[in-house]
Design a protein around this ligand. Structure first.
Ligand SMILES: Nc1ncnc2c1ncn2[C@@H]1O[C@H](COP(=O)(O)OP(=O)(O)OP(=O)(O)O)[C@@H](O)[C@H]1O
Length: 250
């Protein structure tokens, strides 16, 4: 479904992707971890069309999309969330999702309303439909970010740290929402997350990025246990604790 073919990207002396190649199949659930500044969000930008690579190709369903705008890629089926949600704060929750249904999924009239309502129900936001988006709490804002992405009717969903800052029960709720969306729509998901436990509960493949390169790719526990990944990602005490938790859960 998605192929990155030797993508490179630099910002001055910072390399965020170095001849990086990666492919994702229909329905896959792939987690992405890596130290701060590894290039994870930049990678999403190059998949979604927010950021142009210096070299390399991005293909979606076999089609070269490297030169296509984010809005066009969204219509083709690539949806994403942003690490810092920026909803239209003056619009209601419903209106925010409606914009995504119209502009992203290309629906019109009643079909837009039906899609927005369906997504709000699926993300547990129906009761908050009329509330201005600027007056939501953190969990609700994260849900709205997910809802806006789902309302574009993606076939590939890119999730950028949607679990950050949430409590354990809230993370569990979000994981359940994502799992349900995958089961319902057969979505492929690529999920960047520092909350490793949330990832391993959802994905069946984990990629570790560091310095713009893939340093680990495979089954989550196996990737987390490899020396290269331990060195770059699990160097900090917090990350090591996360691994211990994940191993205990397993
Ligand atoms: N538009 C930009 N201009 C200059 N430097 C940038 C730009 N975008 C990202 N960078 C730099 O590129 C590097 C990788 O950033 P990126 O956000 O992709 O990393 P990340 O792995 O998502 O990090 P984090 O886990 O902290 O979110 C960082 O050093 C960042 O400062």
């Amino acid at each position: 479904m998605l192929e990155l073919d030797r993508i490179s990207k630099r910002f001055g002396r910072v390399t965020v992707a170095e001849e990086l190649s990666l492919s994702v199949r229909h329905g896959d659930a792939v987690g992405v971890v890596g130290p701060n500044g590894a290039g994870k969000t930049s990678l999403f930008g190059m998949i979604s069309g927010d950021l142009a690579p210096d070299a390399g190709e991005v293909r979606f369903d076999g089609r070269r999309v490297t030169a296509l705008d984010a809005s066009v890629r969204c219509r083709l089926g690539i949806g994403r969330t942003y690490q810092v949600p920026r909803p239209f704060t003056g619009l209601s929750v419903f209106e925010n999702v409606l914009v995504a249904a119209q502009q992203g999924a290309g629906t019109r009239g009643r079909a837009s309303y039906a899609l927005a309502a369906e997504v709000l129900a699926g993300t547990g936001l129906a009761d908050l439909a009329g509330r201005p988006a600027g007056r939501l709490g953190l969990l609700q804002r994260k849900r709205l970010e997910l809802a806006r992405a789902l309302a574009t009717r993606p076939r590939l969903l890119l999730l950028d740290e949607v679990a950050g800052g949430l409590t354990d029960p809230e993370v569990a709720e979000l994981v359940a929402l994502i799992t349900a969306a995958r089961a319902r729509d057969g979505l492929a998901v690529i999920w960047i997350e520092h909350v490793v436990r949330a990832l391993t509960a959802t994905v069946d493949r984990l990629i570790c990025l560091a310095g713009g390169r893939v340093v680990g790719d495979g089954r989550p526990l196996e990737v987390l246990a490899t020396p290269a990944v331990r060195e770059v990602f699990l160097g900090t005490e917090a990350s090591a604790d996360a691994l211990t938790e994940v191993e205990r859960d397993a």
